[in-house]
Design a protein around this ligand. Structure first.
Ligand code: THU
Length: 160
């Protein structure tokens, strides 16, 4: 028997001012996206903003539906939109935030399992890693790669 351990390194900040200008811009784009979410059922408004390798910022917000499972999370809306508009451009960074009752949540919100899998696949299409910025009003967490949040992803190679 072998015992193995995974180490996750994350960077925690108290306020937006501690981040780089590029990161602040992405967080602000995610907040703006969250304000435009379509979430009449959960009233939990999530925004995601991606910085692409070509310098563009692509945003997404959760899109709900009366047939609940037909809705989609903000992160996947953003990633699929980026894939449709800029098929071969890697995503360098994603900022995620959530708003309830008009107020940005104090604690950062981490992507759900299905979104982590989708983020992983997008990351693995490029050469480098994708930074994740989870933004809360009182706490900001930054991870430097998707596998920090999904250490054992299902991979393309698993299919062959
Ligand atoms: N949601 C996201 O958009 N991203 C996540 O990572 C978690 C949850 C959305 C889905 C649903 O519209 C609402 O938040 C409540 O679950």
């Amino acid at each position: 028997m072998k015992q193995r351990a995974y180490t996750v390194r994350l960077y925690e900040y108290d306020q937006l001012e501690e981040l780089s200008e590029e990161q602040v811009l992405l967080v602000n784009s995610a907040i703006k996206a969250a304000r435009d979410a379509y979430a009449p059922y959960s009233e939990f408004h999530v925004g995601a903003a991606l910085r692409l390798a070509n310098g563009e910022i692509v945003i997404g917000s959760n899109q709900e539906n009366a047939a609940y499972p037909s809705g989609l999370c903000a992160e996947r809306v953003a990633i699929f939109y980026a894939g449709a508009r800029h098929p071969d451009v890697p995503v360098l960074s994603i900022a995620i935030t959530a708003i309830r009752e008009g107020i940005v949540q104090e604690e950062p919100v981490a992507p759900c399992g299905a979104c982590r899998q989708v983020l992983y696949e997008k990351e693995s299409q490029g050469e480098g890693s994708m930074e994740l910025i989870l933004y809360g009003n009182k706490k900001i967490q930054v991870f430097s790669k998707v596998t920090d949040l999904l250490p054992l992803p299902f991979k393309l190679e698993n299919l062959s």
